[in-house]
Design a protein around this ligand. Structure first.
Ligand SMILES: NC(=O)c1ccc[n+]([C@@H]2O[C@H](COP(=O)([O-])OP(=O)(O)OC[C@H]3O[C@@H](n4cnc5c(N)ncnc54)[C@H](OP(=O)(O)O)[C@@H]3O)[C@@H](O)[C@H]2O)c1
Length: 367
């Protein structure tokens, strides 16, 4: 193999505001069974920032280790095989999966089939299997040049939304008639609102789906069509406290939680904690009256896979995904970011909440 110069975008794990690009040379022959992938593109949303925020507690820094004190934030995207010492993985094949913010990734495929493989690199073996699987796009007809970006952006988020919708339906919405989604303009919240709206229509459920969002995003959230209405954080006091509520929290903002909990009191039947987009405001002066329940998608997915079987699970998710793809395409504009400087700017904007929810951001470090 000719020597290859690769780049990693690394961040200080104790100060996410500090980032740098690290050069790495792949000059040696690969070891038996190793495969080198050139990362063509990856999506970037607040979910990736959250991987960094909880990197230590939730082991996200362990997927793609780098120099001491720094980490590489994981992303979802597509890569092409550029060198292979594995008999069943060929140069030129294209794989969708979990990638570092880098130009390249070295993997050690196991369980290779026409559908894909598992990265069996030692440092990944104890990590949740859902993150270690790479899909061969040639054998998955849902990957086309026009869907790849949407898949990279939404597929990892959609699965969480599918599972929360399933969980709420199974629990009879905890007896609530009002469902409030905070950071309603986020992509995961959009996907959840779409699932909830679909089920509401199909089963004629007496539910109101309310999007709580920043003042500047109210119009965007209303226009999505999956929320019954959008209100700004400043209008929380207007909520009708005669009804029972479920809150699904994507913001993590302490004061928003405090205000919701104190306004709704006993009418808050279930408080589902999903996201931490507002990571700089997770703490506040007033102690929260109630704890919520953290929702971790991989754990709930494993439970449903056992109950429905892996095939049954995939079929249900696949059907819901198709229906979601048909609705979301008109409300998103793909924005491409090429090279380390463009990535550094996007990363800084995303970290500091400068986000236009209309955009779906896709990054390429290799072009
Ligand atoms: N638990 C799980 O298993 C799981 C799975 C998937 C996703 N999640 C979490 O769900 C959250 C949403 O992720 P996403 O990728 O869908 O987000 P996204 O689309 O990038 O969200 C963008 C929106 O989030 C809000 N926001 C973003 N950054 C902010 C900041 N710094 N300060 C204040 N508001 C900010 C704004 O919404 P508003 O103006 O509407 O507030 C913004 O329009 C993430 O925390 C992610 O990790 C959790």
């Amino acid at each position: 193999m000719a020597s290859i110069t690769a780049h990693d975008f690394i961040v200080n794990i104790n100060n996410l505001q500090e980032s740098q690009v690290l050069e790495k040379i792949y000059s040696d022959e690969l070891s038996p069974n190793q495969v080198l992938l050139a990362i063509d593109k990856f999506s970037f949303t607040s979910n990736n920032i959250t991987y960094g925020v909880v990197g230590q507690q939730m082991n996200y820094w362990k997927f793609f280790p780098t120099q001491s004190g720094y980490g590489i934030i994981p992303t979802w995207g597509l890569a092409n095989v550029v060198a292979s010492k594995h008999p069943d993985v060929k140069v030129g094949q294209r794989y969708y999966g979990y990638y570092p913010m880098s130009t390249h990734l070295l993997v050690e495929p196991r369980n290779v089939s026409s559908a894909g493989f598992v990265d069996d690199a030692e440092h990944r073996r104890a990590l949740p299997p859902i993150y270690n699987y790479y899909t061969n796009t040639e054998h998955d007809p849902s990957f086309t040049p026009s869907t790849e970006d949407l898949i990279s952006i939404f597929r990892p988020l959609f699965i969480t939304s599918f599972l929360i919708d399933d969980h709420l339906a199974e629990k009879g919405y905890f007896g609530a008639s009002q469902l409030i989604l905070t950071s309603a303009s986020s992509k995961t919240a959009q996907a959840l609102a779409s699932q909830l709206a679909h089920r509401k229509k199909k089963s004629a459920l007496d539910l109101e789906i309310v999007g709580l969002t920043s003042e500047q995003n109210v119009e965007f959230v209303n226009a999505l069509g999956c929320y019954d209405r959008a209100i700004s954080y400043n209008a929380m006091r207007e909520l009708n406290t005669d009804e029972k509520y479920v809150v699904i929290d994507f913001t993590g903002n302490h004061n928003t939680q405090y205000q919701l909990q104190t306004a709704l009191g006993d009418k808050l039947a279930y408080n589902c904690l999903v996201g931490l987009v507002d990571w700089q405001n997770l703490q506040g002066e007033q102690p929260l009256p109630k704890k919520g329940e953290f929702f971790f998608a991989p754990t709930y997915a494993e439970k449903r896979q056992k109950e429905w079987g892996v095939k049954g699970f995939q079929q249900k998710v696949g059907m819901a995904w198709q229906q979601f793809m048909n609705t979301i395409q008109s409300s998103i504009t793909i924005k491409e970011h090429t090279g380390p400087q463009a990535l550094a700017e996007l990363y800084s904007d995303m970290l500091n909440g400068k986000i236009d929810p209309k955009h779906g951001n896709v990054v390429s470090l290799n072009k």
